[in-house]
Design a protein around this ligand. Structure first.
Ligand code: FES
Ligand code: FE2
Length: 441
């Protein structure tokens, strides 16, 4: 839009800045997303929720854990996925392979493993004693000769597609997934190649809670930074905002067909508290004074932003892998019902080698806890008002483009429509701030 002119008190014309509405630095690069409002009923509609179950969660690859949870043969964990109406048993076999099964006995359907994690040589059903090997094969059936036309080899636990990317274990409950995990992650997966996830998984801390809010409302709170200056003014008043970026505008954006990434700005002029200042001396964690880009693979902060602090990576539908210097953290948002979600956040650090590093990580844990408590604060209040139906749609701005993108993907998938492939041809300067967006995944 062109600047306009008005007449000032002296009668001379003064140029006026263009209207401040409708700025579309990012959204203009992805015209398929439009600029319209977000419908409100997507957060409360039972019908929509069931469509999401069938067309999204039962079709795509879902992160259920990390490889460090099953380091040795016989190590297992159980992961219930309410949205897929199943419980998954993930186990490392004697051959070293990590497999997943529906945690269900082939005899009459009992849940085979009732423990959450551990190490076993085999799994025995409590009901009638059928025994399964680590590979899911049925090994022993009490009183087997009284079954009819019975072939033990036909009655192993039902397998679930399982694969590992960068140490993250994914499953797909579709009996015949349309894509491999690598294909599903596409350019997003490739963009994180080289990040030291293994090295940075030596120490972790996790929080999990049930939130009475729709999974998308919970997720959306973590894929925009518009709220940072307000909601986080107590925990991190000058970390992500400052005179150079008062609204925490993102530095760079990469959209893929389903996934999306944003590079976030950090305030190098932060005034740390005494406790934070000590932590800074022993490493980085979100807040920082000094930043060593040499510690990061080129796939992180791909546009080499000087004031970069964090890449926010949203893996559709409900998994975030946010990578920084020296640590990373994840979020998983698991729908239980249209207005109930299990939210789990986990921080990952290298194994500390000095007391100072231990202090730095502990400071990071406590700070992260305070930040996400603020994030959690609005969610149930939001859902309670969504139920009122008083608003049927919401305006979302340019910096909330990852929210817009996620809702677009959900809407396309539940209606069986193809996803647009963001490409370099979109927008005036190419895909992403510097034309480095990818077109797969
Ligand atoms: S249901 Fe498992 S042995 Fe009968
Ligand atoms: Fe937040």
């Amino acid at each position: 839009m062109s600047a306009t002119a008005t007449t000032n008190a002296n009668g001379s014309a003064t140029p006026q800045p263009p209207p401040r509405s409708g700025r579309a630095k990012w959204t203009s690069r992805y015209p398929h997303l439009g600029t319209g409002p977000l419908p409100a009923d997507v957060f409360t509609s039972k019908e929509q929720f069931e469509l999401e179950r069938e067309h999204i969660f039962k079709k795509v690859w879902l992160n259920v854990g990390r490889i460090e949870q099953v380091p040795s043969a016989g190590d297992f964990f159980v992961f219930d996925i309410a949205m897929c109406e199943t419980s998954i048993l993930v186990v490392r076999g004697a051959d070293g392979a990590v497999r997943a099964f529906h945690n269900m006995c082939s005899h009459r359907g009992n849940k085979v493993c009732w423990d959450r994690a551990g190490n076993r040589k085999s799994f025995t059903c409590k009901f009638h004693g059928w025994v399964y090997g680590l590979d899911g094969e049925l090994r022993h059936v009490p009183d087997e000769e009284h079954f009819f036309d019975f072939q033990r080899g036909d009655h192993g636990m039902a397998p679930v597609a399982c694969d590992v990317w960068e140490g993250f274990i994914f499953v797909n409950v579709d009996p015949a997934p349309e894509e491999t995990l690598a294909e599903y992650l596409g350019g997003m997966g490739e963009s994180l190649t080289g990040y030291p996830f293994g090295e940075f998984s030596g120490a972790c801390a996790s929080w999990s809670t049930e939130v009475r809010a729709n999974w998308k409302a919970v997720k959306d709170a973590f894929q925009e930074t518009y709220h940072v200056a307000f909601l986080h003014k107590t925990s991190i008043p000058d970390s992500f905002t400052g005179p150079g970026n008062p609204h925490q505008h993102i530095l760079d954006l990469r959209l893929y067909p389903r996934h999306g990434s944003a590079s976030l700005w950090g305030n190098a002029e932060i005034q740390p508290s005494p406790a934070a200042a000590i932590a800074f001396r022993h490493g980085a964690f979100l807040l920082r004074k000094d930043f060593d880009a040499g510690n990061l693979p080129p796939s992180v902060n791909p546009t080499d932003e000087k004031d970069w602090v964090l890449d926010l990576n949203v893996i559709f539908p409900c998994f975030f892998v946010d990578v920084s210097e020296g640590s990373y953290f994840t979020h998983n948002f698991w729908p239980l019902d249209v207005d109930r979600t299990i939210w789990t956040s986990t921080q990952y650090f290298p194994k500390p080698e000095t007391a100072g590093q231990r202090y730095n990580q502990e400071y990071g844990h406590v700070l992260f806890r305070d930040i996400i408590l603020e994030d959690g604060n609005t969610l149930e209040q939001t859902q309670s008002m969504l139920r009122s139906g008083a608003k049927t749609e919401f305006p979302i701005q340019d910096e909330e483009i990852l929210v817009r993108h996620s809702h677009y993907v959900v809407d396309q998938m539940i209606h069986g429509r193809p996803l647009a492939t963001p490409s370099r041809s979109h927008g005036p300067t190419g895909n992403g701030a510097n034309g480095n967006g990818a077109s797969r995944g």
